[in-house]
Each structure stands twice: as structure tokens, then as C-alpha cells.
Design a protein around this ligand. Structure first.
Ligand code: ADP
Length: 477
């Protein structure tokens, strides 16, 4: 990893950039522009005093208020009429007042100023001056006021404080501020980046362990929401990976067991035919039958495995259509007629005439086949299977009920897993592959349908699922 791309370095660089930005702005406003700001402010000040004096003239009431304002703003003021006669004077600057010192004493200056105000478009002017006697900057402001009873001229003089020493102080302070700010931002940058980097470094370590196949790793939460979310996602992924790994191990164990058993049988019987029964047609026939049964079982097993993995990886798209589920129930029972009759089972369908639902007919047919087939395998003494359709607010609930073995509470959550067999020592009699319910669950999950089982050991089971209802036909139309 490049050094400059580390969180610590990056964060520090960003902080320093921010700091430089802030300091530069401060420099520009506080130091470089200070005097022009000050002048602007002072000019605004003087204009404000001129406004008040103008108001006084217009109302013919130049009184104490004007005097106070002038004093408060450190401004001296004179008002002339158009004949150049001095009408009013406030001097709060004293000796320093340029207007009283220079202008009044030299009437030519007065007419000069009057002319200047008259000639200006805005009828006023600002004149920065340098009082060489006092070595002080100042500004003179003039304004022409025209009212019914004549023209008046307001002149104001304000001193500008020398800013050099202030700027010097600020510059000095600025150096300290710069040092302190750089120090603080480095400190904060290190703190923040440390806090951000730590959980990521930890996560990286955990992820490496995970990559090595340790599914027990935990990704720690952090004070940052996003990192906590990432940790949660990774924890979830770890759990899923662990499950997959478990499943893979189970699968290999079960598959090899399930394939190995028939293979051993096939091998043994083939050898028997070769060595013993080859010439004995009756025995040979028997042995070939066993081989055929085993091959059939293997075939079914491989088929189921392919189907399941196709469903689970969602390779097969659902072909959702409207169809009559009552009809599908009847068809499924029909397909199994041989088995049902052989076991003398009574299948009862409790439903309306037609119930139109939405779903993939072929795949739902497979689910029904599996449920009914299981019910046959676990049939109770009453030899009865009930297929029931319950209709409720846009939903049809399909139930396959038997009164047979039932499933214990501990087993119920697992029967949908592949290769899960309630009886672990269960000898293959009806050639179950242990994949039927896993396939049913994959199909129903793909339909986003609700499904489940209610069962009690020794009393029987009700396997059910729900599909969206389109309509119900109760009687022949
Ligand atoms: P199998 O090929 O073994 O029947 P399934 O996936 O169809 O595989 O069923 C898984 C397990 O669930 C079965 O081994 C059985 O123990 C249990 N099971 C399924 N249906 C029933 C039922 N109707 N009654 C009792 N147990 C059942």
C-alpha cells in the first residue's frame, strides 16, 4: 500500500488543507484587507452621520441629537448654505478637525468643496486626506442637500486611526495561531484517522482468518455506523459461509453414503451373476431385479440433486400462470394411483369445484407430489390422506393431512434441509432420496409463498403452503 494512501496520512493531508484554507482566509480578511475594511466602515459611519444631519436640516431642527451622534462617531461637521455661510458646526475632533482648521479659515476651500459636491452625480464625495501637521490619515465627506428653502452643504471630517500597530499585533498573533492550529489539526487528524483505521485493520485481520477457513471469526462493531453495518454484513456473510460449509460437508458425507450403498449392492449382485447365478435364469432374474432397483434409485437421486441445485441457484425461471389447483390435486393423485391402491389408501379431496390460483403449475405439482408421497410413506392406521383447500381473502391454503407417524418438535425445523432424515438409521424401503422437502422448500421460496408443517409425533402431520387466489367456482355453471 502506498504510504500516501493510508487513512492516517490522507486524513492529515485533508486537515492540513482545511487549516491552510482557513488561515489564508483569515489572513486575507484580517490583515490584507483590514485597512480597506476599516476605511469602508468609517465612510459608512460618516454617511450615517450625514444622513442624520440632512434629516435635521429638512426638519429645520439641528439639535442636540446631531451633536451627540457626531461626538459618538468621532466626527466633526460643518453646514453651509449656498452663499458659503457657515450655518452650523460640531467639532468633536478638536484641533484635529481639518474642516475648522483649514477650510473655514480659507473660504476658497469651502467653495471648492461646494463645487465638488454639486458636480458629483450622487451629490456627494469622499476625499481621503493626509493631515501632515498631525501625521494622520483622515477623510472628508461632502454632500449637497436641496430643499424648498435653499441649498445646503454638509461637510464631515473623520480621522482614520493608524492601523500599522494593530496589523503588527495581528501578524504576531497570526504566527502563534498558525502554529497552534497546525498542531491541533494534526492531533485531531491523527485521532480521527486512528479511530477510523483501527476497526478496518481489525476487519482485515478477521477477513484474512475467514479466507483461511476459520468461520468462527467475529467482525467487531465500531462507533461509525457505516463500519458497523459492514461488520454486520460480514458477520452475516461469515454465518452463511459457515452454513454452506456445513452443508457441503453434509452433502459429501450423505451423497457418498447414498451413492455408495447402491453401488456396493450393484457390485455385489453383478459379481454374483458372473460367478454364481449366470446360468440359473431364475436367480439371475432376481439378482438383475435388485440391480435395476438400485440403478433406479441412483437415477432418482441424481435427478433430485440436479433439480434441487437448479432450483436453489434459480437457474429455472418460474412460469407463473393461472391454473386450477383442484385439477392439479386430482392429476397428482392420479399419477400416484398405483401406489395409493397398493396401500389401500383413501384420499379425500375437500374443496370447491374449481379454485384458480397463480403459480408455476408444473413446479407446484412437484411440491404436491412430494407432500402426498410423504403422506403415503408415513400413512397412519386409518389409511387416510386428506387434501384440503382453504380459501381466505385472496389466498388459498393447500393442506396435505395424514394421521401417521408425525414429526417431533425438535426435527420440524430441519426436515426442509437436504438429506435430513428424521430417523438417522432409517433403512431405505420406499426409496426416499431425502431431497423431496428440500426441493419443495426451494420451489415455494421461489414463489415467495408461505409454507410449513404442523405435526405431532404419533398423531400425524399437516403439510401446507399458500398461493395467491384468483377465483373460486363453487358449482357447475
Ligand atoms: P425423504 O426422501 O426421506 O422422504 P423428504 O425431504 O421428503 O425426504 O422428507 C424429509 C424427512 O421428513 C423424511 O425423512 C421424514 O422423516 C420427514 N417427513 C416428511 N413427510 C412426513 C410425513 N408426512 N410424516 C412424517 N414424517 C415426514
Amino acid at each position: 500500500m502506498k504510504f500516501s494512501s493510508r487513512i492516517r496520512v490522507r486524513t492529515w493531508i485533508y486537515f492540513i488543507l482545511l487549516t491552510v484554507g482557513i488561515l489564508a482566509t483569515l489572513w486575507i480578511f484580517q490583515i490584507a484587507f483590514l485597512s480597506s475594511y476599516y476605511q469602508q466602515e468609517r465612510t459608512d459611519n460618516v454617511r450615517m452621520v450625514a444622513d442624520i444631519i440632512e434629516e435635521g436640516i429638512r426638519e429645520d431642527n439641528i439639535g442636540i441629537k446631531i451633536q451627540l451622534t457626531a461626538v459618538r462617531n468621532n466626527v466633526c461637521a460643518v453646514v453651509y448654505n449656498s452663499q458659503g455661510e457657515l450655518l452650523y458646526q460640531v467639532d468633536s475632533v478638536g484641533l484635529g478637525c481639518y474642516l475648522t482648521q483649514r477650510v473655514i479659515e480659507n473660504p476658497r476651500n469651502v467653495s471648492d468643496y461646494i463645487q465638488r459636491a454639486e458636480e458629483s452625480k450622487t451629490k456627494d464625495f469622499v476625499l481621503p486626506l493626509e493631515n501632515s501637521q498631525l501625521n494622520q490619515s483622515m477623510l472628508v465627506y461632502g454632500r449637497a442637500v436641496t430643499i424648498d428653502f435653499g441649498n445646503f452643504y454638509i461637510f464631515l471630517n473623520a480621522t482614520l486611526e493608524p492601523l500599522d500597530s494593530t496589523v503588527d499585533i495581528l501578524k504576531n498573533q497570526y504566527i502563534y495561531v498558525t502554529l497552534i492550529v497546525f498542531f491541533l489539526s494534526t492531533l485531531i487528524a491523527l485521532l480521527i484517522s486512528g479511530r477510523m483505521a483501527k476497526p478496518i485493520i481489525q476487519m482485515n485481520r478477521s477477513a484474512q482468518k475467514l479466507a483461511e477457513g476459520n468461520y468462527k471469526v467475529k467482525f467487531e462493531k465500531s462507533e461509525f455506523g457505516e463500519i458497523t453495518e459492514l461488520a454486520e454484513t460480514l458477520n452475516y456473510a461469515t454465518a452463511e459461509l459457515a452454513k454452506m460449509d456445513e452443508l457441503r460437508k453434509d452433502l459429501i458425507a450423505n451423497v457418498s453414503h447414498d451413492i455408495k450403498t447402491p453401488l456396493t449392492m450393484i457390485k455385489a449382485y453383478t459379481e454374483m451373476i458372473r460367478d454364481l447365478s449366470g446360468d440359473n435364469p431364475k436367480k439371475r432374474e432376481e439378482h438383475l431385479d435388485v440391480i435395476l432397483t438400485e440403478v433406479n434409485h441412483l437415477d432418482r437421486l441424481v435427478n433430485d440433486m440436479t433439480k434441487l441445485s437448479q432450483f436453489q441457484s434459480k437457474v429455472l425461471e418460474l412460469n407463473v400462470k393461472e391454473f386450477d389447483i383442484v385439477d392439479l390435486l386430482k392429476q397428482t393423485v392420479n399419477v400416484m394411483q398405483g401406489l395409493i391402491q397398493q396401500e389401500a389408501i383413501d384420499v379425500e379431496i375437500m374443496s370447491y369445484l374449481k379454485v384458480i390460483v397463480k403459480g408455476d403449475e408444473v413446479k407446484i405439482g412437484q411440491v404436491l407430489y412430494n407432500f402426498i408421497n410423504n403422506a403415503v410413506k408415513h400413512i397412519g392406521e386409518d389409511k387416510k390422506i386428506i387434501l384440503q383447500l382453504l380459501v381466505d381473502e385472496g389466498i388459498v391454503r393447500v393442506e396435505v393431512i395424514d394421521h401417521g407417524d408425525g414429526i417431533s418438535e425438535e426435527d420440524i425445523p430441519y426436515i426442509w434441509d437436504r438429506y435430513y432424515k428424521v430417523d438417522k438409521h432409517y433403512q431405505r424401503q420406499t426409496a426416499g432420496t431425502g431431497l423431496g422437502l428440500a426441493i419443495a422448500s426451494a420451489v415455494l421460496t421461489q414463489h415467495k409463498a408461505k409454507f410449513g408443517v404442523n405435526s405431532e409425533l404419533g398423531k400425524g402431520s399437516t403439510f401446507w403452503f399458500e398461493l395467491p387466489l384468483v377465483k373460486v367456482v363453487e358449482n357447475e355453471e
